[in-house]
Design a protein around this ligand. Structure first.
Ligand code: ZN
Length: 207
């Protein structure tokens, strides 16, 4: 996903549950994952290159950072970890064929109906994510060069597969799945917290 959409997805998903400053901390950590230094050698941040196992493990690491940070009342660290977690889960839908497989199962389904955690898809041998064919792939990030570079890249490349912005036909499905998944991650976190811990994390009286 492009930064603008990571921000929008995260806002749509949880804005009503957290304080304004908390929201900004979470978004800052989320979009920080797309810093240039994290684009190379950090496939698991973005579920690139079929890094499903490493991506899932990274998500678990963030969840455990959240738990231990909250246990020592370090809300800032917990919020940043939630931001990183939200980035990775959002990218799953933009960088893999999850949406394509869902649409295959539900040809008449609209973006609002997409279910983000169907076992049948997550455990499907056909689930795959875009490979990064460097150095050519790097040129595809420059919008003007895309028409030249795209035909030279294989169909399983990140450049062909990504649903990072509305120029891609199934973007609305990836967007909706990412919002729902972010909301689920937040709900799971909330259900594990006491009222006082939730208040500490969310910066609000109510969660
Ligand atoms: Zn990313």
């Amino acid at each position: 996903m492009k930064k603008y959409y990571h921000r929008k997805i995260t806002t749509d998903a949880i804005q009503e549950y957290v304080g304004v400053d908390v929201m900004e901390t979470i978004i800052g950590a989320n979009i920080g994952q797309d810093a240039i230094r994290f684009q190379f050698g950090h496939d698991h941040f973005h579920y690139d290159n079929n890094s499903f196992v490493a991506g899932d493990r990274y998500c678990d690491e963030q969840r455990s950072i959240i738990r231990s940070a909250i246990a020592r009342s370090d809300a800032q660290t917990a919020r940043e970890a939630f931001g990183r977690l939200s980035h990775t889960v959002q990218d799953l839908y933009a960088h893999s064929n999850y949406v394509a497989l869902w649409r295959e199962m539900f040809p008449a389904g609209n973006p609002e109906q997409v279910e983000p955690e169907l076992r049948n898809i997550l455990a499907n041998g056909r689930l795959h994510s875009g490979k990064l064919y460097y150095p050519l792939e790097a040129l595809s990030f420059i919008e003007k060069l895309q028409p030249t570079v795209l035909p030279l890249l294989p169909r399983d490349s990140h450049a062909w597969m990504n649903l990072d912005d509305p120029s891609k036909p199934d973007f609305n499905y990836a967007y909706s799945a990412a919002v729902k998944r972010t909301r689920t991650e937040y709900a799971t976190l909330v259900s594990s917290l006491s009222q006082s811990d939730l208040k500490l994390f969310a910066g609000l009286e109510k969660g």
